[in-house]
Design a protein around this ligand. Structure first.
Ligand code: F6R
Ligand code: MG
Ligand code: MG
Length: 364
């Protein structure tokens, strides 16, 4: 049977400021998802949060980009946004940029990652959600998982992984894709995805056509959709694991650097990405540091079994300690680059006003 996994997310309002989702609204989201499950619109679901983003993870048999599924998520977010406004939550309806649904949630504000798979007899699925950063923040860990043998031992020693994977990279400004094979075209791939503000890994596919899609990342660029800054893109990803895909341990290993990402305070700073458990899925210090949460399941006939909060483990303590140290170091730079992003990438700026004010005072 073919199963579709859809992970659709939006910031519908939070408390205090942009820190975390308001618990009663998570409960509300669960009730609304349960209704959809009772009406057989979806097979199963999980609601969780990444900082101030509400994440709706669901399974169904309707394929990717399905209008009914996207409308279900949209209607739930609209309902939550309305309640967030009434409660007085901060940034209520922040990511809901359109008034009326028009067939597909893409381009309307929420982020979306989807995979349709032929379920294997035992199908391990991992999902990841980040807050206070951009879709390109997944480039580094996805490369580590699927292309770097120093991270993923299976690329060298497991015959099922030894041929490598195919990456589909999106130029988010031109809305164009290029497919690159690894390891054959690894240097070309890195030439692109080393610039995560423009080139973003959208999909990874196995070269074994029986296995199919390995990973999908959301690439919705809120700033480009709205034509102005309306909040960071806060991406999500779905990753398949084991028996021809990287092992669970190889996948989570990709998050142990605490790699630098763009986002953090006012979407205008660089900071290290901290892997955290759901209990610490909130962004506090300098509105961060940027965080990632990860959940793992076995999927059976579209049902999520045996869920695990992947970063709720002491083996990530060292990464978290390093992230805190790097965060401390880079914060000391204050308004100077590289702590602050270069002018072209900042989401907030006073520069045009400052330049206008000073225009007559520049001299030779
Ligand atoms: C970044 C983020 C926060 C806000 C900051 C200012 O993605 O959500 O860092 O940018 O708290 O928020 P406003 O402009 O709403 O006061
Ligand atoms: Mg927010
Ligand atoms: Mg957010």
């Amino acid at each position: 049977m073919k199963t579709t996994i859809s992970l659709i997310k939006a910031d519908i309002g939070s408390s205090p400021g942009h820190v975390t989702v308001y618990e009663p609204l998570m409960v509300k989201a669960e009730e609304l998802m349960q209704e959809a499950k009772d009406e057989n619109k979806i097979i199963d679901f999980i609601v969780f949060n990444a900082g101030d983003d509400t994440e709706l993870l669901m399974t169904h048999q309707k394929g990717v980009d399905n209008e009914e599924i996207h409308k279900l998520a949209w209607d739930i977010f609209m309902q939550l946004g309305k309640e967030a406004r009434e409660i007085g939550l901060y940034g209520a309806g922040q990511d809901l940029l359109k008034d009326a649904f028009s067939g597909n949630i893409k381009g309307m504000g929420p982020g979306c990652a989807e995979i349709e798979i032929e379920e294997r007899p035992a199908e391990p699925i991992l999902v990841f959600a980040m807050d206070k950063t951009e879709p390109g923040a997944f480039n580094y860990p996805i490369f580590q998982m699927f292309a770097n043998p120093f991270n993923t031992a299976g690329l060298i020693i497991d015959p099922k992984l030894h041929d490598g994977f195919r990456f589909s990279v999106m130029d988010i400004y031109k809305n164009q894709f290029v497919d690159l094979k690894c390891p054959e075209e690894m240097y070309d791939l890195l030439a692109l995805i080393g610039a995560p503000g423009q080139y973003v890994v959208k999909y990874v596919d196995s070269k074994d056509t029986n296995l199919g899609r390995a990973a999908a990342v959301s690439t919705d660029k809120l700033a480009l959709i709205a034509g102005k800054y309306v909040g960071k893109d806060d991406p999500v990803a779905i990753v398949r694991s084991q028996s021809g895909f990287p092992a669970v341990g190889e996948i989570v290993e990709a998050f142990t650097l605490g790699h630098m990402v763009s986002g953090w305070m006012r979407g205008s700073h660089r900071g290290p990405l901290m892997p955290v458990s759901l209990d610490f899925s909130q962004c506090v210090r300098f509105d961060g540091p940027p965080r990632v949460v990860g959940l793992g399941f076995q999927l059976k006939n579209g049902q999520f079994k045996g869920g695990v909060d992947l970063f709720d483990d002491p083996s990530f303590d060292l990464t978290r300690a390093r992230v805190n140290e790097i965060a401390e170091y880079i914060r000391r730079h204050g308004p100077f680059e590289p702590s602050r992003l270069p002018l072209s990438e900042m989401e907030y700026t006073t520069l045009p006003g400052v330049l206008k004010k000073l225009q007559d005072r520049f001299h030779d």
